[in-house]
Ligand binder design. Structure first.
Ligand code: ACM
Length: 523
């Protein structure tokens, strides 16, 4: 336990808590707060709420909260400089930047935090209490809350299918409401390249054509201006966006645009790789990453590194790759791949950023202090230990249960399965489980990955994302000992009210036939 958590708890106990693990009745919040106490009485919500703060860093949060309030409820609020029903206050005794206290009395409501993110999360908890209020009243309570993990992420693959700004904003809205804070944007892959790069315009005008079910679909991509709009929208909601430019594999869309940098592919995966034996490739990709780096304030750039063996066959005979292997003393193709990753990690470092790679980058020799590994191969659990032994920080996103392109119910037919296994809501909720050491210091969080080979439209994207996003958020925020699946389901019923109000086409675990699975693409 960190000192700040200890201080929090001490305060909490001194304040007379009976049990910090009270039942969640009355605390209609997902993710469940880690410490709370219900008190006597209620706060009656007036038609128009007022919110104030004298903390300059907290001011910008209020308009976002007021917009959320009028979206998800029939109440509204305004910012005021005078006395208000909701007050945002600062305390530097709260150390963790995402922690907050929320005190609700019959008279008023106070959110206390050290940093804007904490104040924002206090308001997210309050927002849910208001949205779920019975007859306009919310129970008096005292909440002292902080996250289990600092990395609480969702990845969206927009290469396989492109969804566009409105759908991404909706996802960011729900991430914010659930205190999820990292949006990993998978923008390049085999079917399409989705981010404008000014120095290489054909990446989008040519590489942006097509998607996973229609190679001729008109070019869809984000301009740099649109990217900046989304980044700002996320920033206002305390979500960091991490772009992924996948390399050296999954490069076919880029290679259609600039074949001179292709390293070839295989029969099943043509033109799959960037060319590791040409110096020009490293310059080209560094130029791309420079533009990407300028667009995203995140401290990270994700460079992929997964499944290179799907299409590195031509490296075996390519004269430039053979020459590289001789001069760099690389004995086999895995070492060529690792050399490539080291070169590009150097470029990322020179841009002043840290690297993220899929778990294939373990063993490549890239700097452990400036690299984050994403463990995804659930069938290779030893890779989690291996990342830790090598000294890497790690985010857990194993296929089972955190790939949201997998089915979530046995009656579903269009999602993926692995040996018959799929990712039902309860499994998502229970993660991390079994022998997975989710409490190791190096494990900084977890992430759900929404791959979209089998998600070809907005309706199916909603269906595959909700309500698993709610379950995942609680797994990432709430301590294991706070979790109870049956009790989570009770709170989920209320959250579903938000989905309904917002027109989301979710999977309904309480009535599996009410929202039939939207037809997908059989693979
Ligand atoms: C992956 O699923 N290829 C990271």
């Amino acid at each position: 336990m960190k000192f700040s958590q200890f201080a929090f708890l001490l305060l909490f106990f001194l304040a007379g808590v009976r049990t910090p693990y009270a039942k969640a009745e009355g605390i209609q919040i997902i993710p469940k707060p880690n410490h709370f106490r219900l008190e006597k009485g209620h706060f009656t919500i007036p038609g128009e709420l007022t919110v104030s703060t004298v903390v300059s860093g907290f001011e910008a949060i209020i308009p976002v909260f007021c917009r959320q309030l009028s979206t998800y409820s029939d109440f509204s609020c305004t910012k005021t400089s005078g006395s208000a029903q909701i007050r945002l206050a600062h305390s530097d005794s709260i150390r963790d930047s995402e922690s907050y206290q929320l005190k609700i009395t019959p008279k008023d409501i106070v959110v206390v935090a050290n940093e804007p993110a904490g104040a924002f999360y206090g308001l997210q908890s309050l927002l849910q209490l208001i949205v779920n209020a019975d007859e306009g009243m919310i129970p008096c309570s005292f909440i002292v809350d902080q996250p289990r993990y600092s990395w609480r992420g969702i990845m969206l693959d927009e290469s396989r299918h492109f969804f566009g700004i409105e759908q991404v904003k909706q996802l960011l809205d729900y991430m914010a409401l659930h205190k999820l804070n990292k949006f990993h944007w998978h923008l390049t892959d085999v079917p399409g390249w989705r981010i404008e790069i000014k120095k290489y315009p054909k990446l989008t005008t040519v590489g942006g054509i097509g998607n996973d079910h229609d190679p001729k679909a008109e070019a869809r991509y984000y301009t740099q201006e649109e990217i900046s709009t989304v980044v700002e929208y996320a920033r206002e909601r305390f979500i960091e966006i991490i772009p992924e430019i996948d390399m050296p594999g999954h490069a076919a869309a880029a290679n259609r645009a600039y074949p001179e940098f292709s390293g070839g592919g295989s029969e099943r995966y043509p033109e799959f790789t960037f060319h590791p034996g040409k110096e020009g490739t490293y310059q080209y990709l560094t130029d791309i990453l420079r533009e990407v780096s300028g667009l995203f304030p995140s401290e990270y750039i994700h460079i992929g590194g997964d499944e290179v063996h799907f299409g590195n066959h031509q490296w075996k005979t390519d004269p430039d790759v053979q020459k590289l292997m001789k001069t760099e003393r690389l004995n086999h193709l895995k070492q060529v791949e690792q050399y490539f990753i080291r070169r590009m990690a150097d470029s990322v470092a020179r841009l002043g950023k840290k690297v993220i790679g899929w778990d294939e980058v373990i063993g490549s020799g890239i700097d452990v202090h400036s690299t984050l590994v994403m463990w995804w191969r659930h069938d290779k659990p030893y890779l989690l230990d291996s990342a830790i032994e090598n000294g890497y920080e790690l985010v857990m996103c194993p296929r089972i249960p955190l790939y949201f392109d997998f089915d979530q119910h046995d009656s579903h037919a269009y999602g993926r399965r692995w040996g018959g296994e799929f990712c039902d809501i309860e499994k998502v909720y229970d993660f991390p489980f079994g022998n997975i050491d989710g409490d190791h210091d190096k494990v900084i969080g977890m992430q759900a990955n929404v791959w979209t080979e089998r998600i070809q439209n907005d309706k199916r994207l909603d269906f595959m994302t909700f309500p698993r996003l709610s379950a995942m958020a609680e797994a990432a925020w709430s301590y294991g000992k706070m979790k109870s699946y049956p009790e989570f389901l009770e709170r989920l019923k209320k959250m579903i009210g938000c989905y309904d109000r917002d027109g989301i086409y979710y999977f309904d675990p309480f009535d599996v036939h009410s929202h039939p699975e939207p037809g997908g693409i059989k693979k």
